[in-house]
Write a protein that binds this ligand. Structure first.
Ligand code: B16
Ligand code: MG
Length: 213
């Protein structure tokens, strides 16, 4: 029986991907690194340092420099975050969350982002969630199951009682590794391993999810 839902943040509740993209692009331009939208697509749901490793491909860069670069990217990103508000919540996600909560389901956020709490605060939806699991909560990032297991534990639920909503391949893999059911958002090529796939957030149908899973 489904007792709780764990929501990824970027790509599920809001779309901060464009801000991540612009911030990495600025850093890449400054440091003469190869970067474009295609590379950015590989960073979906991936932690900050792992994102830089993907951008760097096989280039060997000292750890201190990598730390400086990820810090700088994050400065740019946080500047964009000051601009976001309730209007940036995807489709009617807030109403859907409120309905689930009223029906007695436990709700969690499970995001790779270390900025997740800041984003939720700007969107003014922090209070909807029983627990916020983010990039600071566990050591091993998605696709490891740790973040979702941490969220389930915070909800007081077993993995089998939780359903994860994810837009990234790494996130779908993490949910499956946690032995949770997972809803994929996006193209089959990206989230096809999920138990149920919707092309985008506006098509999510929780009645169908609860009936089918
Ligand atoms: P930060 P999610 C992820 O969020 C983003 O999709 C990914 O592009 C980003 O690199 C990651 O958060 C880390 O973000 O730099 O803020 O710690 O989809 O897991 O909510
Ligand atoms: Mg995501």
């Amino acid at each position: 029986k489904i007792k709780g839902f764990i929501f990824d943040l970027d790509g599920v509740i809001t779309d901060t991907a464009e801000f991540h993209y612009k911030s990495w692009q600025k850093l890449a331009d400054e440091e003469d690194l190869f970067f474009n939208r295609e590379v950015n697509e590989k960073l979906r749901g991936v932690s900050r340092m792992e994102s830089l490793n993907i951008i760097l491909a096989d280039q060997d860069i000292p750890a201190a420099k990598k730390k400086e670069w990820t810090d700088r990217k994050n400065e740019y990103y946080q500047k964009y975050l000051t601009e976001i508000s309730k209007a940036d919540i995807l489709d009617n996600m807030e109403a859907k969350l409120e309905k689930l909560k009223a029906e007695g389901y436990k709700l969690a956020v499970g995001s790779s982002s270390r900025n997740a709490k800041k984003v939720l605060k700007q969107l003014k939806i922090t209070n909807l969630f029983d627990i916020i699991a983010d990039g600071n909560s566990v050591e091993r990032a998605k696709p490891a199951p740790d973040l979702f297991l941490y969220a389930a534990q915070g909800l007081g639920l077993k993995a089998a009682e939780c359903v994860v909503l994810e837009d990234a391949e790494s996130g779908v893999e993490a949910a499956l590794a946690a032995e949770m059911r997972v809803i994929g958002l996006g193209p089959e090529s990206r989230v096809g391993k999920a138990d149920l796939v919707y092309a985008n957030v506006s098509e999510i149908n929780f009645e169908e999810i609860i009936k089918k899973l």
